[in-house]
Design a protein around this ligand. Structure first.
Ligand SMILES: [Zn+2]
Length: 154
């Protein structure tokens, strides 16, 4: 975990800066001017290190936030898709697959919903526009909602 190491480095830099500041406070006016300047340069260096390490940490944290948001989104729709043959579908109230076919590969690998499109040159294939995976159109077709034409019956 690089960010744990970065926290340790930042704390270390701050400790160095604090030590130098304490040393300066306790030494009063007895320090030579040149020595004082040297100590101040060390202090500024330690603070600059701490700043850089914190920036690195900030970037690592925002990456993590992004990843968490992606995972939360994937988690929320995890139950919303169901597999049929070679594709994934949303489910209707009765728990049956319905609507557009989603790429099986993208869903299972990345938890991303990607609609399959028809291959313009091959009517027996459907393609994922993101990963390029091809599916047999009969095994990954869209599912139309059942028609509700009961009025003429009986
Ligand atoms: Zn895909």
């Amino acid at each position: 975990m690089p960010d744990i190491a970065t926290i340790a480095a930042a704390l270390n830099s701050l400790k160095t800066a604090t030590d130098i500041a304490k040393f300066l406070r306790e030494s009063d006016l007895s320090l030579e001017r040149a020595e004082l300047k040297l100590k101040l340069a060390d202090l500024i260096g330690a603070l600059a290190d701490a700043k850089l390490e914190l920036i690195e940490l900030q970037e690592a944290l925002s990456e993590k936030d992004k990843k968490i948001a992606e995972l939360e989104e994937a988690f929320q729709c995890k139950d919303a898709l169901v597999r049929r043959y070679d594709a994934y579908y949303q489910i209707d109230e009765g728990g049956n697959p319905i609507g557009s076919a989603y790429c099986l590969r993208c869903w299972e690998n990345d938890h991303k919903r990607r609609q399959l499109v028809h291959d313009a040159k091959d009517h027996f294939a459907r393609v994922c526009t993101v990963c390029g995976h091809r599916y047999g159109s009969r095994l990954a077709s869209d599912i139309q909602p059942p028609k509700e034409e009961e009025s003429d019956q009986g």
